[in-house]
Design a protein around this ligand. Structure first.
Ligand code: 5GP
Length: 214
């Protein structure tokens, strides 16, 4: 099986980070690609686990060095996918999950062919507002800004391969997992398929010869 690059996008509060973390925790064939950001660390976050937290100067230097598969500005901060992080995961045979916003997703889709993109929708507008408010990581003005940003982000949802509505987190995780598994079974994603089919065919030749000799 050739691993895929799985993009998960959603408006802020849509649950994509929870889904990505749940999948990476539950399965050893899926790993979370840790992004770099200039945003300050939130309570409970860890360097190298949630993000690589960089100064603006460090981020700019890594842009110049060509370290990012994509990078984008979201709110007042820069975010970027480190190409080496993604390639390391794929080289180990695992699917790489990218929790990124819509501009970055568009760039990755242009640059790579091994992409499966999934947009996570909230069941209702109120639901998203409540989830974002409940998180208590942003102040009221930031909350309003993120909800308005969500309107813009929804416009990009049709560019994705799949849409999953996050009514229930357990169900949403299962739906995303089933998309990942189905995509991995595409004929062009199965490694050595031709060789496997040839071996099976020669085995069948032998079986046919054995049976007709009986
Ligand atoms: P947050 O600050 O809430 O962690 O993330 C804000 C937004 O940035 C989210 O939509 C998240 O998916 C997105 N994001 C996180 N990492 C990256 C990245 O590497 N590239 C891009 N383009 N967006 C990212």
């Amino acid at each position: 099986m050739k691993p895929n690059l799985i993009i998960l996008s959603a408006p802020s509060g849509g649950g994509k980070t929870t889904i990505a973390n749940a999948l990476a925790a539950a399965r050893n064939d899926i790993a979370f690609s840790v992004s770099a950001t200039t945003r300050p660390m939130r309570e409970g976050e860890k360097e190298g686990i949630d993000y690589y937290f960089l100064s603006q100067a460090e981020f700019d230097r890594r842009v110049e060095d060509g370290d990012f598969l994509e990078h984008a500005v979201y709110g007042e901060h820069c975010y970027g996918t480190l190409e080496a992080a993604v390639d390391e995961i794929l080289a180990s045979g695992r699917h790489a999950i990218l929790d990124i916003e819509v501009q970055g997703a568009a760039i990755v889709r242009q640059r790579r062919s091994d992409v499966v993109s999934i947009f996570i929708l909230p069941p209702t507008a109120r639901d998203l507002a409540d989830r974002l408010g409940g998180r208590k990581t942003e102040g009221p003005s930031e909350l309003g800004r993120r909800l308005r940003a969500a309107i813009e982000e929804l416009k990009e949802a049709t560019a994705y391969d799949f849409v999953v509505t996050n009514v229930d987190i357990v169900q949403a995780v299962a739906e995303v997992a089933s998309i990942i598994d189905s995509e991995a079974r595409r004929t062009d994603r199965i490694g050595n398929l031709e060789q496997h089919l040839e071996e099976l065919s020669s085995g069948l030749e032998e079986e046919a010869a054995r049976l007709s000799a009986e």
